[in-house]
Design a binder for this molecule. Structure first.
Ligand code: HAM
Length: 400
């Protein structure tokens, strides 16, 4: 049989269902916060990402799936590596400069596949367009907090401010001088980045040789003006007040060029893979102008859906799960069980043994049997954890 391409996985059963649960939970939270859902194209003009993410970023310089479309409209296109740029394109083309937009979809990056790092992966993202600080940051951090509380996963929030364009240019100059002084001790990759002028990217280096040099490097927070510092303080105070645990990470710069001021990443302790960011985002207040549109405030983030799925969460499920074994065809009974307080997964069986196997395989504790006793208006409930079984009337079951 043909195998999947490397980095292009299938997810089904427990994994697929968890991804669906993440999607549903985030859509519901997004709706509660007043976000509108957007669908954007998977195939985009390559220029969209070159101009927004930046030519020297890893994503644009090494990881794009690009190709030429032939015919009269000869154009270089690519599979989208992220969706923020597409949302900005939508807003500009539709004169929509104040909106709260959420999305879910596949993205493509030609990375070296490993656990939690794929060439096709899904993001669920939120973008707040046209709303100033600190409201937009407060909304996004509240969404993150609510989501992780709902799925029962403790997370760490790493946050930093990378300042305005001017502040960053000034800081880059200072940082360049510092790295030039330490040139001979830097890793090969960081030296190349230094030569190419991708100075901030050096702070992202995972190389052992660079770690000590980076830890002694000047910190951007020392070069921020008072208004940038004020915004940063307000956000930190909000997080503290709301018991959202965070750490200030002065070397966090993110891998895409469009950010300014507040940037952040989320990870969690229970995730051992090297690729540990479960999500990230920040402000991109200059991106609209870069596309010749009016200056527009913008802030957002995206969750890496597969990486969240791979974690061990302790779900606070609102509904108990039940496996319904239909041994006799009482379909009206089945349909009323679907409407009950139980989240029911059903299948059709000729034997109870097979039904028990299926319930165990799916980690479901309750087995409901629609069998010959249903002729008397009863069903059987087995609690597989407690190893108990009772026959109760359908009426009393629905009233549970
Ligand atoms: P990003 O940090 O490049 O940001 O990606 C966001 C999340 O997508 C990551 O934290 C990670 O969980 C997931 N992710 C990225 N690459 C992979 C991969 N190869 N395999 C699996 N998961 C991956 C962005 O894309 C920005 N557009 C986020 C944003 C929205 N900023 C502002 N608004």
């Amino acid at each position: 049989m043909l195998k999947n391409l490397r980095g292009f996985p299938d997810f089904c059963n427990l994994e697929g269902n968890r991804i669906n649960f993440i999607f549903q939970t985030l859509s519901k939270i997004g709706e509660e916060f007043g976000f509108n859902f957007i669908l954007t194209p998977v195939l985009e003009p390559q220029e969209l990402f070159v101009r927004s993410l930046g030519e020297s970023t890893d994503v644009v310089s090494k990881e794009m799936f690009s190709f030429q479309i032939d015919g009269s409209e000869k154009q270089t296109v690519c599979l989208r590596p992220e969706m923020t740029a597409s949302v900005v394109k939508y807003c500009i083309n539709n004169n929509d400069f104040r909106n709260k937009i959420m999305y879910f979809g596949q993205n493509f990056r030609k990375e070296r596949p490993q656990k939690g790092r794929y060439r096709q992966f899904n993001q669920f993202g939120f973008e707040i367009i046209g709303i100033p600080s600190p409201f937009r940051e407060i909304e996004i951090f509240s969404i993150i907090d609510k989501f992780f509380k709902t799925i029962g996963l403790a997370f760490n929030l790493k946050i930093n401010s990378i300042g305005s364009i001017e502040e960053r240019q000034n800081y880059i100059k200072i940082l360049r001088e510092y790295f030039e002084e330490n040139f001979t001790n830097l890793s090969e990759e960081s030296r190349t980045r230094l030569k190419k002028g991708a100075i901030l990217r050096i702070l992202d280096s995972k190389s052992e040789e660079d770690k000590e040099i980076i830890s002694r490097a000047p910190k951007i927070t020392e070069y921020l003006n008072s208004s940038s510092q004020e915004v940063f303080k307000t956000i930190c105070n909000f997080l503290k007040k709301n018991n959202i645990h965070f750490t200030v990470e002065p070397t966090l710069v993110r891998g895409l060029d469009y950010y300014n001021d507040i940037v952040f990443e989320i990870n969690c302790d229970s995730y051992e893979a090297a690729q540990d960011a479960l999500g990230g985002g920040g402000a991109y207040d200059n991106l609209f102008e870069q596309f010749e549109a009016p200056k527009t405030n913008a802030f957002g983030m995206a969750f890496g859906v597969e990486r969240i799925m791979l974690n061990s969460w302790s779900l606070k499920e609102s509904k108990k799960k039940a496996y319904v074994a239909v041994v006799e065809p009482y379909f009206e009974v089945l349909s009323s069980i679907y409407q009950s307080k139980f989240f029911a997964v059903s299948d059709y069986f000729v034997s109870i043994t097979k039904a028990l196997e299926a319930a165990n395989k799916n980690n479901i504790n309750y087995l409901i049997i629609i069998g010959e006793e249903t002729a008397r208006g009863n069903i059987i409930i087995k609690n597989l954890e407690e190893r108990t079984q009772k026959e109760i009337s359908l009426k009393s079951f629905l009233a549970l």
